[in-house]
Design a binder for this molecule. Structure first.
Ligand code: DGT
Ligand code: CA
Ligand code: CA
Ligand code: ZN
Length: 580
């Protein structure tokens, strides 16, 4: 509802401005809570009287009066006063993902910074790290967040690019002159975001016709370059697409070259040189001659270099060439390895589909099991209660037998600022599986955040930490914590870390997966589906896992149900043993 959104935005602005002016944290929290509650309320706030407004959870008399004032006058006087008291630029700092009101207040009070340029200068001069609770990591993350903001208009989320690229590849494949078509570049390597889309087609006759066709496709907004073998266009959505046409005989060499990464290409080109060969986008040749050794397929070229074919998701020069040479490439987890999805929501909280529909969809995906993990009461807008959870549990038992799939009854708990969770241990013990995630207080100091995550990880009933960094691509940076300490705790307690497959999360990302894997962490690749089509996002989670060199054996939802159940039961048994 639009009116609820407008009201919620005003309340949360109120919270921000009180926080940034160093006001009472209790008032800040109460406005924040009210904002969330209003946003998720099922009735239109504009239709409610004072009593009706006060019936909204977390809305008291004071807030109800502010909402009435907003409706009557279109503004909140207190909010405008706050605006008037603060330098105008200061508010722009609140827009920086991850800075947050607390830190914005701090840089304003202690360094007098009240605008973006001042903040960037302070970053450059390394003055921020001198503040209490800041360090080099905080500076680095802030710099990254600012860069991310500046770039977010430019880099494209993987899922968006893939959708367009698959449509284009299908269109190009139908052209008679085209014998092969595929996408290459960072998209084929399945990076979480891509700069542009690189397409490759093989056509021996009449490549100009292919180019003419490409440049005239309906989604083309502008043609940047139109040549016989290379063209670039910008789509109506503002995404650049490069197309190259090559002869079928050099398809493999071209695909290898344009898939990259540049660092991977450079590394294998060095191997070629050492073997008395020359590698280019046209093929692998005997050095100093035009005598081809291999060119038609990627596998032939790798083989001629003494290597097995290296999956594109590994081609970042992070040791894959050495591993390939030593016969030690990981056996990467595949979509088909997964036997279930362990993080799914229903319309009992903020999902769009019923449990019946979600479970039927999971069964259609060929899964042997799935977990329904609706939100818990601490996220007030979700309006979860014990009674609802228990009723859902009964419903799931029936649905499971109807659809011939094991259904775990779970919940996605909220990790509060101090690391505590929803509900008491006794009630938690009744669930089959528990995901715990951070959904608020993103700007805690790294020390507090590390403690918060480890507290949740060490909780005996927590099985999976959901979207561990909480980043939203292009919008919200990762929360800051000591990754090694958190991952070590996860490995020691047997708590899995999620690889959230939702396209704007992909969290953990490839680099953190890598580090966690080295420390012995188990992963759960989950879609966090809030609707039936979201179950298809699994491929993005799997690709991200692959980029972190994850094998199926390290993924708990690739395990057979018995082994998964053993994993889930293990920690609970430890608790009962301790208590007995
Ligand atoms: P992006 O688009 O920024 O997400 O990243 P890429 O990797 O798709 O980069 P892009 O589109 O500039 O180029 C596509 C591929 O072409 C790249 O992955 C490797 C290859 N390539 C481009 N420039 C060079 C180069 O100077 N040297 C080598 N060896 N390969 C290059
Ligand atoms: Ca590219
Ligand atoms: Ca490109
Ligand atoms: Zn969730």
């Amino acid at each position: 509802m639009r009116s609820n959104e407008v009201a919620a935005r005003a309340l949360s602005e109120m919270a921000d401005l009180i926080a940034i002016s160093g006001g009472d944290p209790y008032r800040v929290r109460s406005y924040e809570k009210a904002a969330r509650s209003v946003a998720g309320y099922h009735l239109d706030v504009d239709t409610l009287d004072r009593k009706g407004l006060m019936a909204i959870p977390a809305v008291g008399a004071h807030t109800a009066d502010r909402l009435l004032e907003l409706r009557r006058t279109g503004r909140i006087a207190g909010l405008e006063e706050l605006h008037a008291q603060l330098p105008a630029g200061l508010r722009s700092l609140l827009g920086i993902p991850g800075l947050g009101p607390r830190r914005a207040h701090q840089v304003y009070q202690e360094l007098g910074i009240s605008s973006m340029p001042e903040l960037m200068t302070a970053l450059h001069d390394e003055r921020l790290r001198t503040l209490k609770g800041w360090g080099e990591t905080s500076e680095r993350n802030l710099a990254q967040a600012i860069r991310g903001m500046q770039e977010s208009g430019r880099r494209i989320p993987l899922a968006v690019a893939l959708d367009i690229a698959e449509g284009l590849v299908a269109a190009l494949t139908t052209v008679p002159q085209v014998s092969r078509a595929d996408y290459a570049g960072s998209l084929r390597r399945m990076r979480d975001t891509v700069g542009d889309i690189d397409l490759l087609v093989a056509a021996d006759d009449d490549p100009e016709t292919v180019m003419d066709l490409f440049c005239a496709l309906p989604l083309v907004d502008r043609v940047l370059a139109h040549g016989p073998t290379k063209s670039s266009i910008v789509t109506t959505q503002g995404i650049q697409v490069d197309l190259r046409v090559v002869p079928a005989s050099s398809w493999g060499a071209a695909l290898l070259y344009f898939t990259g990464s540049k660092a991977h290409n450079i590394h294998i080109r060095k191997l070629a040189v050492r073997a008395g060969r020359k590698l280019s986008e046209y093929g692998l040749f005997v050095a100093g001659t035009e005598q081809p050794v291999a060119a038609a397929t990627e596998s032939e070229i790798y083989e001629a270099l003494g290597l097995p074919w290296i999956p594109p998701t590994l081609r970042e020069d992070r040791g894959e060439v050495e591993a390939a040479a030593a016969g030690r490439l990981p056996r990467l987890v595949e979509v088909t390895d997964l036997r279930g999805d362990l993080h799914m929501h229903t319309d009992l909280t903020d999902g769009l589909a019923s449990a019946a529909d979600m479970i039927a969809a999971a069964a259609r995906h060929g899964y042997r099991y799935c977990a329904i993990t609706d939100h818990a009461p601490q996220l007030a807008m979700q309006r979860m209660t014990r009674e609802k959870a228990l009723a859902q549990r009964r419903e799931l038992r029936e649905l499971a037998s109807k659809h011939g799939i094991a259904v775990l009854h779970g919940s996605e708990l909220n990790i509060a600022a101090d690391g505590t969770l929803d509900w008491d241990d006794e009630f938690l013990a009744g669930f089959d599986i528990l995901v715990a995630s951070v959904h608020s207080h993103f700007d805690q100091s790294p020390r507090a955040m590390t403690r918060r995550l480890i507290t949740a990880i060490e909780h005996p009933y927590v099985d999976i930490i959901g979207h561990p960094t909480t980043r939203i691509l292009g919008r919200r940076p990762s929360i800051e914590f000591d990754a090694d300490a958190v991952f070590t705790a996860a490995a020691a307690t047997g708590t899995a870390l999620e690889i959230n497959a939702f396209p704007d999360r992909l969290d953990l990302d490839d680099e953190l997966i890598w580090r966690a894997r080295e420390l012995g962490v188990a992963f759960a690749i989950d879609t966090d589906a809030h609707a039936v089509p979201h179950l298809d996002h699994m491929r993005f989670g799997v690709a991200t896992a692959q980029r972190g060199w994850t094998e199926a054996s390290q993924v708990v939802n690739a395990w057979p149900l018995r082994r998964l159940r053993g994993f889930l039961a293990k920690r609970r048994r430890c608790v009962s043993a301790q208590r007995a």
